[in-house]
Ligand binder design. Sequence first.
Ligand SMILES: Nc1nc2c(c(=O)[nH]1)N[C@H]1C(S)=C(S)[C@@H](COP(=O)(O)OP(=O)(O)OC[C@H]3O[C@@H](n4cnc5c(N)ncnc54)[C@H](O)[C@@H]3O)O[C@H]1N2
Ligand code: MOO
Length: 396
Amino acid sequence: MNGLLRVEEAQARLLALRSPLPPENIAFLQSLGRYLSQDVVAQRDQPAAPLSAMDGYAIRFDDLPGPWRIGGEVAAGAVPSAPLAPGEAVRIFTGALLPDGADTVLIQENTAAEGASLALTGDAPAARGANIRDRASDFAASDRLLAAGTRLTPGAIATAIMGGAAQLAVGGRPRVAVMTTGDELVQPGRALAPGQIPDSNGPMLAALLAGEPAEVGLPLHMRDDRAMISSILKDLARRHDVIVTVGGASVGDHDHVRGALEDAGGHVDFWKVAMKPGKPLIAGMIGDALLLGLPGNPSSAFVTAILFLLPLVRHLAGARDPLPAIRRAPLAAPLAAGGSRRDYLRARVDDGCLAPFGEQDSGRTVPLAEAKALLLRETGAPAKAAGDLADYIDIA
Ligand SMILES: Nc1nc2c(c(=O)[nH]1)N[C@H]1C(S)=C(S)[C@@H](COP(=O)(O)OP(=O)(O)OC[C@H]3O[C@@H](n4cnc5c(N)ncnc54)[C@H](O)[C@@H]3O)O[C@H]1N2
Ligand code: MOO
């Protein structure tokens, strides 16, 4: 197909260029966003014994509707001193161990205590076991709680800790250098001479990477000078796992990234992918470092970062599923037929329906601020009607 690599093939080739980084053990408070390098297996039952789920009184269900004689108290962290006798209620609190013989908890709002006597004043519990968390009802020892390659979310961290882990084994954090190229680029906020524009792609890529388990340097900027780019690539390759360049990826006389990579002793693995935007994407190696050369147009840089840069970083960091998830939703309006490359149309999501912007020029930045989805349109796809389902990537 027109000599361009399919997106899936390009993604597979890119990830195959380097294996994930070696794992390391880290403390829980450093683990957010990292990828587990081993399954987390429960070392204990949770709860380890039946617990009260409410503040109230532990009783025998068969003693309903009461009244009861109050015989002592169990707080969370304490061990009941004796089994529950028939006709007896024990004051109990949320998270406290149930005394032997108790099988139901009355919530205190439904009771009245007077001295050592307890009466039911509200609704009786519907069934034996009410307001009790059974042993191992959360998980049992040897359950697999989290699979290797899972991204550690706050909830996953809590689960690993409750399972008895003391620390976590996770994939390493790739060191990433971001380099923009172009004589026209000026640092954000600086005065512009005729022909110049602010360098928005560097900070945009740094922001995209900010949520990833990566060590990302401040974006560097290089002029369109092949020798200079080559020399900096050589230097960056010694200290980084990934070098991501942006701009200078196409065929113009001032597009130097491929040439500079080769001058620096590296090689191009592939160049040009059947996608729009993003066609002139470059992937290669220099020493042990991967080079990903993103096209300079703002939308092209953004879309290729979502489809290639983030998956690459996640792969190196040990992710099981590093590629963006493809979802499906109805179209808000008709969609014209596809062309010779797969489109990733910047789109809004209105009431759950995909609404691609009419203007898809890859040089525009405003749609990047407004887009919530990248709508996929296959090469040569027939036109679709409003309401037809379409694939998309969530970028909200
Ligand atoms: N004759 C052809 N010309 C072009 C082709 C082609 O196949 N034949 N491909 C076009 C496509 S598609 C793309 S995408 C662009 C990509 O080109 P480059 O990667 O070489 O990017 P530049 O030329 O350096 O820049 C393109 C555009 O983006 C602006 N830019 C670049 N860097 C930044 C930045 N850091 N922040 C903000 N804006 C940036 C730059 O000023 C240009 O306007 O090539 C087409 N041409
Ligand atoms: O492949 Mo380019 O990114 O369409 O402008």
